[in-house]
Design a protein around this ligand. Structure first.
Ligand code: MSP
Length: 511
């Protein structure tokens, strides 16, 4: 058992949450729930990124103050996460006083250590990315991601000596082979470092919507420079409630691939400059695509993809919370891009949830109700299913531990398949009440018990419902995994319920 700190990126509040944000947050949530199941002390942080030009512009466009705009939109993220049953422990807003305090403490340390100096910044900037470009890295003066014309900027700014960290970063990567996963993304970060690092402008005088620079009141920090530090604000860095030493040694950032350079190059260098060990691990995930296109708010505004069609809350209303969570976790392996579609959700729902899991629970509870007076019998110690269960437990455990929820669920559903096949073969529905029938049903119930434990991080609400339905008291997460995930522990303490179908089938084509 350990302390385990996991974070999502903090999302920009220029617009409403969409399913791309939900993808990352649900994956982080499942990891947090997995570690709680292991018995770890978990801190799960998410939140909103509320400074910068992009947000200030969005407020003006909507005719309200930045403060009003960020209050409203940040609240929409909380609502989306509540709808998706996200178990975050803390929600950080970068406009909170605690964040100002940590940012100022952290960057003062960097300044005092001699890594910040004043110079003139002249170059290109994309407000949608909140990122700098050189003419060579742009598309003829246009943003390579958004296609919009880049803004020419010239300002006297404070700079961070990123160039001083080329060698220390390479050494850090060498000593920490698991710092960035998957390996393709680690290689991308390494290639970027090796291509040579230039110092970065980290303050602005042209806008006032930001965290003030403590040693120069004409400046606010550049939005990425305050945003990255949120991960330390969440654990009290530099404040009275400082818990950095508790959480930072086992800290994990889950991020999308487009913000790799900020998290895998700038951020560890910033930490080194402040005299702090970098985050322990960055897990990079790919993009959800709709018809091959990234779900980006900017593109939606340009008429590309209609994002209002794929707001998280609309999806949970249509399919249910756990089916959406399951789909987001199961369909794509973290690191790869994946296609998002209503057809894909429907197919997973019908095949994995209704046919495999739903049917298994329904058929076993029906027979127990009719042939065992409603009380579940105990499993055998040497059942054929035991080996399948052990494989599922081992594979799922190792997959969750390496940030691979889709493989963990694949292994879990392997046990569901094996149990359905076992029932087909033994046909308990044809047996008379007696020892043989009790053994088959007891084994199937034990397999179901183990499945609910393994599936809890993904589908917590349905897993708890199945647990009760098979006569168990409490919830699958009440006991730590090491003791609950052992074959032979099933003992119904309550009567088995038949209940309504867990996943009523939905039609193959959804408009
Ligand atoms: N505010 C910055 C992050 C600062 S972290 C210190 C930001 N915000 S964002 O609102 O643009 O959200 C970015 C994150 O949302 C991505 O890194 C990713 O996790 C998630 N996604 C946004 N669109 C996505 C897809 N189309 N597909 C998958 N994830 C997506 O960048």
């Amino acid at each position: 058992m350990a302390n385990y700190y996991i974070t999502t990126p903090i999302y920009y509040v220029n617009d409403a949450p969409h399913v791309g944000h939900a993808y990352c947050t649900v994956n982080a949530d499942a990891m947090a729930r997995w570690h709680r199941l292991l018995g770890d002390d978990v801190k799960f942080l998410t939140g909103t990124d509320e400074h910068g030009q992009k947000i200030a512009d969005a407020a003006i466009k909507n005719g309200v103050s930045p403060r009003e705009w960020t209050d409203q939109t940040s609240q929409r993220f909380r609502e989306a996460w509540d709808a998706l049953n996200i178990s975050y422990d803390d929600f950080i807003r970068t406009t909170e006083p605690r964040h100002f305090e940590t940012v100022q403490k952290f960057l003062t340390a960097v300044y005092d250590n001699g890594y910040i100096y004043k110079d003139v910044y002249q170059g290109l900037y994309c407000v949608s990315c909140e990122d700098y470009y050189t003419l060579e890295s742009s598309n003829d003066g246009n943003c390579p991601i958004h296609g919009s014309l880049l803004t020419e900027m010239r300002e006297e700014n404070w700079f961070f000596k990123l160039s001083a960290f080329e060698a220390p970063l390479l050494a850090y990567y060498e000593e920490h082979p698991q710092f960035v996963t998957p390996e393709t993304k680690r290689n991308e970060a390494l290639a970027f470092i090796k291509s040579g690092l230039r110092d970065i402008s980290i303050t602005r005088t042209s806008i006032s919507w930001g965290v003030p620079v403590p040693w120069d009141d004409q400046h606010v920090f550049y939005v990425w420079y305050d945003a990255l530090i949120n991960y330390l604000t969440g654990i009290g860095f530099g404040r009275e409630d400082d818990e950095t030493s508790t959480w930072w040694p086992n800290s994990h950032h889950l991020i999308g691939k487009e913000i790799l350079r900020f998290h895998c190059v700038w951020w560890p260098a910033m930490c080194m400059a402040a005299g702090l060990e970098p985050v322990s691990h960055v897990q990079v995930h790919g993009w959800l695509l709709v018809g091959g296109q990234k779900l980006s708010k900017t593109m939606a505004a340009e008429g590309g993809v209609k994002l209002t069609d794929i707001a998280p809350v609309e999806l949970t209303d249509e399919f249910g919370v756990d089916p959406i969570r399951y789909y987001l976790l199961r369909e794509t392996s973290l690191g790869n891009d994946g296609d998002f579609s209503h057809e894909g959700i429907t197919a997973r729902y019908n095949t994995d949830l209704a046919n495999s899991l739903g049917n298994l629970v329904a058929r076993v509870s029906t027979i127990v109700a009719s042939k065992c007076a409603g009380v579940g019998p105990s499993p055998e110690l040497d059942s054929d299913l035991r080996a399948a269960a052990q494989t599922a437990i081992d594979d799922a455990e190792s997959a969750w531990n390496r940030f691979a929820p889709n493989h963990a669920l694949e292994a879990t559903w392997g046990l569901i398949g094996a149990t359905n096949a076992y029932l087909e073969q033994r046909a308990p529905w044809k047996m008379e009440p007696g020892e043989e029938l009790d053994a088959v049903l007891g084994n199937a119930l034990e397999a179901i018990r183990l499945v609910t434990i393994l599936a809890t991080p993904a589908i917590p609400e349905v897993a708890a419902r199945i647990w009760t339905r098979i006569g168990l008291a409490g919830a699958p997460s009440d006991e730590v995994f090491a003791s609950s995930a052992q074959w032979g522990r099933y003992r119904a303490t309550l009567a088995i319920e038949k209940g309504e179908p867990l996943f009523p089938r939905i039609k193959a084509s959804v408009e």
